[in-house]
Design a protein around this ligand. Structure first.
Ligand SMILES: NC(=[NH2+])NCCC[C@H](N)C(=O)O
Length: 588
């Protein structure tokens, strides 16, 4: 997108600007005050400035409201502003202004949305599963949420740098490599395993065996420790096996990524091991800055800002007693690297809320070390737990972790039944294709549509429902409008601004006008559920419109205007779903 792109100013923004000007005309000292313009149930918009400013002026709010109305300039999008109640202003938008913005958004490839995040280099750390371990439902959440955030801020102009901070280093790999060395018959390469088992799941099982042997057999434990040293000192044979394990695991993750339609590419994989060469310097800098203290032979960072239960100090482990480095040190080196080498303006970390304290400490250390300074921001995007139908953390009946592929399969098969019932005429191949899109949409949307800090229950039947705030409902809403447009021959009609608006047309037009503002909110709060809620409201506004306003049977110019509303709604729905990482099929 170019900086020269012409954003379509929203009606809300234009009304706020007009009110602001009028307020300044009434009293110069009030210039620049927030005009407090909101959508309203009683009119198109409501301006509450008179109420909030009356105290400062000593004038009765109702009188101030009347003065503001008198000072409103002629022309512009406001048809009328009427004082009501204790001093609200009920604002009605001129019909032609609504048609004009519909036409302007429709004429623009970006639907009139601007680039408020332009040039902001934003590092989004998400997914980050652990090598030789199955991805669990927590990784599903970070993958889905992080991907949607990367899409939204990217669309708004941010320079997004995706980082898949794979857990690819640690002493556990020494143990696993030693075990594999001693069990050369163990199968863990995908080509030996076939389709039923993924390489990462085979490795996960082998790792558990290695762990058990480590605990039971002190001699194996010694050999495993020697293997850790060999790995860390770069012994070529050991490193080769480790690389092979990483590659096989990543292949398994990729199968999930492909199915989920996420943006992550192999180039985005910058795992923990990448930071190994940077750990020493990072620690030296923290030592030089006087930010670590020695405790029992280890180096520890103490927080000045947070304390634990009963005022207990909270710390980051900067260097362990044995001289080794762990997760904490790696994240310190990571934040330093992202700021210095990636030149990040904004750092976003998507992990479950149990890591909130960890990131709080990493950010504090980075500030005190002088890395996280100026306008650079760091944010932890925390999310809750996926619960099973019993309201407890999601586990298989046997108490094991739920395989993501199984979960996706279950959603797709339920979606298949729903789609088939609705469209018995679809042939098998088309049904499979749509069921896959619907099932994946169901899973993603269920995750994105709840406020992310909350836990939610994985309820497949609810997810694939055709009614209510679901991904499948929105895909249907989109496909239905596409079918209306096909029936109408999808003519690229122009919009006649002189046509008077019906209430349902007006409501839909105003809803469409709010798209850019909602995306801006998502970028600021990093909360995708706001976009979900918006798309759901938009789909419902369309339904009301379609029930009340015949489209195909209407006469020109009404027909053309209504088709324009259909087209803009379909495009906005499709675009919004795409920013959620959801594909909206043409037919469904
Ligand atoms: N920079 C980070 N610490 N990113 C998140 C890593 C998540 C970690 N691998 C886990 O599975 O919990």
């Amino acid at each position: 997108m170019s900086v020269h792109h012409q954003e379509v100013p929203s009606l809300l923004g234009r009304i706020a600007a007009a009110m602001s000007e009028a307020i300044g005309r009434v009293r110069e000292d009030l210039s620049g005050a927030d005009p407090v313009v909101r959508r309203s149930e009683h009119a198109d918009f409501q301006c509450n400035a008179a109420l909030s400013l009356a105290k400062r002026t000593g004038v009765k709010p109702r009188d101030l409201a009347a003065d503001i109305v008198a000072a409103l300039g002629a022309g512009g999008p406001i048809a009328s502003a009427v004082p009501s109640g204790p001093g609200f202003l009920n604002v009605t938008v001129a019909d032609d202004a609504i048609w004009e913005q519909v036409a302007a958004r429709l004429a623009d490839s970006r639907l009139g949305v601007g680039v408020p995040e332009h040039g902001r280099r934003t590092v989004v750390d998400y997914s980050a599963p652990n090598i030789a371990k199955e991805m669990h439902v927590g990784h599903l959440r970070t993958t889905i949420i992080g991907d949607s955030l990367a899409r939204v801020v990217g669309f708004l102009g941010a320079e997004v740098v995706r980082q898949n901070h794979l857990g690819d280093f640690g002493t556990q790999f020494g143990m696993l490599i030693q075990y594999l060395d001693e069990h050369p018959d163990a199968a863990w390469h995908q080509d030996e395993l076939g389709d039923e088992v993924s390489a990462v799941s085979a490795l996960d099982t082998l790792y558990r065996s290695a762990r058990a042997e480590f605990d039971a057999d002190p001699e194996f434990a010694d050999r495993a420790r020697a293997r850790v040293v060999a790995l860390q000192s770069g012994d070529p044979a050991t490193v080769a096996v480790w690389q092979d394990i990483v590659a096989e695991s990543e292949r398994s993750f990729r199968a999930i990524y492909d199915r989920l339609n996420v943006l992550l590419t192999p180039e985005d994989s910058v795992g923990e091991s990448f930071y190994n060469p940077l750990l020493g310097d990072t620690v030296d800098e923290l030592v030089d800055a006087g930010l670590v203290v020695e405790s029992d032979g280890a180096l520890v960072f103490y927080s000045d800002e947070v304390s634990g239960p009963e005022g207990k100090p909270v710390t980051l482990m900067v260097r362990k007693r044995d001289g080794g480095y762990g997760y904490d040190t790696t994240d310190l080196a990571t934040i330093r690297y992202r700021i210095r080498d990636l030149a990040a303006d904004r750092l976003v970390y998507v992990t479950d809320s149990r890591q909130a304290l960890h990131f709080q400490l990493v950010f504090e250390a980075a500030r005190r070390a002088g890395w996280l300074t100026g306008g650079i921001t760091a944010e932890h995007v925390a999310y809750g737990t996926i619960l099973g139908p019993d309201g407890r953390p999601f586990k298989t009946r046997a108490g094991g972790t739920v395989r993501l592929m199984d979960l996706l399969d279950a959603a797709v098969s339920r979606a298949r039944a729903v789609v088939e019932e609705k469209n018995p005429e679809l042939d098998a191949a088309e049904l499979d294709r749509i069921a896959e899109l619907a099932g994946i949409a169901a899973v993603k949307y269920a995750d994105l549509s709840t406020s992310r800090v909350k836990d939610y229950s994985f309820d497949v039947d609810r997810m694939v429902s055709l009614t209510g705030n679901t991904g499948v409902y929105l895909q249907y809403a989109h496909a239905r409008i596409r079918s209306i447009l096909r029936k109408a021959g999808d003519p690229d009609t122009s919009v006649d601004r002189t046509v008077p608006l019906q209430p349902a047309e007006r409501a839909l037009g105003l809803e469409l006008d709010a798209y850019g503002a909602v995306l801006g909110e998502v970028a600021t709060t990093l909360e995708p559920h706001r976009l979900c809620g918006y798309l759901y409201d938009l789909a419902r506004a369309f339904t009301t419109f379609y029930e009340n306003c015949p489209v195909i049977k209407a006469d020109e110019p009404v027909r053309g205007n209504r088709l324009a509303l259909c087209r803009l709604t379909a495009r906005t729905l499709g675009h919004g779903l795409d920013l959620l990482g959801i594909v909206a099929p043409e037919r469904m």
